[in-house]
Ligand binder design. Structure first.
Ligand SMILES: Cc1cc2nc3c(=O)[nH]c(=O)nc-3n(C[C@H](O)[C@H](O)[C@H](O)COP(=O)(O)OP(=O)(O)OC[C@H]3O[C@@H](n4cnc5c(N)ncnc54)[C@H](O)[C@@H]3O)c2cc1C
Length: 369
């Protein structure tokens, strides 16, 4: 099989890049190792206002808007509540969103192979292993949309993520008529070392999760989630059911990688490290970077020269991440509950509240490439 572009991974980054390229008239093959797009979901699916403003996400896949964020110190006493005048977040039904995006990709002409794993390069071909066995594919360009631990990045000799958090959450339906939708964040390094524990309650579903540096969880990620679940805020009168959907995975927080393209292809989404180092939000960055990826690949295919891909430069984007990388290093240093509690003394001041509002309700999720 010969195609213009082989996209590896049907997460949001891969689906978006593939669709854009097919709409530009290129022959695109998209392969995904999962046999269904509705299983093994990794993300909470919180979309920020800026993404909702700039990208036409299917409204039927989005939950109710959230304007309220509640920040808790260890022990959960005297939380800080921030309320935006605008709708800031919506949690997507990710299974429905992936299926809708895949349908749009197929309608644009993308050939999608599920249950098909990228297994490396063999000479000038790529080896795919699917339900019917191995196949060789020749592609002008390969797009690594294969997540934080990208095999495509390794095979193309591009940069790879070194700084990762790991996160896990449980998702379950909640009865209607409860609390107003809110995003509850707990800063407690004994539960979530280097990041946050969270409860997102949008009035339809609850997401209860923790994330942090893998080697810093005192009793491992799973135990931390169990402990948090037992006392999670923001769910008064809601019983935690036995049957929950479990999600989780690595989150790159080292900033966009420097070398994300070469003559044979490029990286998008988590594979490129396109995640906000501070908030660990990757859905907005993966859409924005995929737009740029599709533009440069379209140009390279049209003029028939791979030099167009040099415009796809992670180092240039990375320079605009300096502030967020500094804040990430600061958050990583909050290593004890006492230090987290002290940080709340600052957070309760007008200046602290203003800074937190800027991070949580600002427009700075990812620089426009
Ligand atoms: C617990 C958790 C919660 C999160 N919550 C949020 C949130 O609420 N908001 C937000 O903005 N960000 C969030 N993030 C980050 C966000 O989910 C990611 O940045 C984003 O989903 C990345 O999309 P992607 O398409 O690059 O990668 P992925 O969604 O990881 O997709 C990669 C795909 O590649 C496939 N793949 C991998 N290897 C191969 C192979 N060899 N062959 C074929 N297929 C392959 C995988 O199966 C996968 O489907 C969260 C992350 C985690 C872990």
């Amino acid at each position: 099989m010969t195609v213009d572009v082989l996209v590896v991974g049907a997460g949001l980054a891969g689906l978006h890049t593939a669709t854009r390229l097919a709409r530009a008239g290129h022959e695109v093959l998209l392969v995904e190792r999962r046999s269904t797009l509705t299983g093994a979901i990794r993300t909470t699916g919180i979309f920020v206002r800026r993404t909702l403003d700039d990208f036409a996400l299917p409204p039927g896949c989005l939950g109710p808007p959230i304007r309220r964020v509640v920040l808790y110190p260890p022990g959960l006493r005297r939380p800080v509540t921030l309320v935006s005048a605008r709708d800031e977040y919506r949690v997507a039904d990710m299974a429905a969103l992936y299926v809708t995006a895949a349908r749009a990709a197929a309608d644009a002409g993308v050939r999608i192979l599920l249950g098909t794993r990228y297994a490396g390069r063999r000479g000038d071909c790529v080896l795919l292993v699917g339900p019917d066995g191995p196949t060789r594919v020749r592609a002008r360009f390969v797009v690594g949309a294969d997540g934080a631990r990208s095999r495509v990045a390794r095979d193309l000799g591009l940069d790879r993520n070194q700084h990762l958090l790991v996160g896990a959450e449980e998702v379950f339906a909640i009865p209607a008529g409860g609390e107003a939708p809110a995003f509850h964040c707990v800063l407690d390094p004994s539960l979530a070392p280097g990041y946050l524990a969270w409860v997102v309650n949008d009035g339809r579903h609850a997401h209860v999760g923790v994330a942090g540096y893998a080697d810093r969880f005192p009793d491992g990620l799973r135990r931390a989630l169990q402990r948090f679940r037992a006392a999670a805020p923001g769910l008064p009168g809601v019983d935690h059911p036995e049957q929950v959907e479990r999600r989780g995975g690595p989150i790159p927080v080292g900033g966009v990688l420097r070398r994300i393209s070469c003559a044979d292809g490029l990286l998008v989404g988590d594979a490129a490290g396109a995640v906000s180092p501070l908030t660990a939000g990757g859905l907005d960055p993966c859409l924005r970077l995929s737009e740029l990826a599709a533009t440069v690949l379209d140009e390279a295919l049209r003029i028939g020269r791979p030099e167009a891909l040099t415009r796809y430069d992670g180092a240039a984007l990375r320079a605009r991440f300096r502030g967020r990388l500094t804040l990430r290093r600061g958050l990583a240093q909050v290593r004890t509950p006492a230090l987290a509690a002290a940080a709340f003394t600052l957070l309760r001041t007008p200046l602290g509240r203003a800074a937190a509002s800027r991070i949580l309700f600002g427009d700075g999720s990812f620089p426009d490439p």
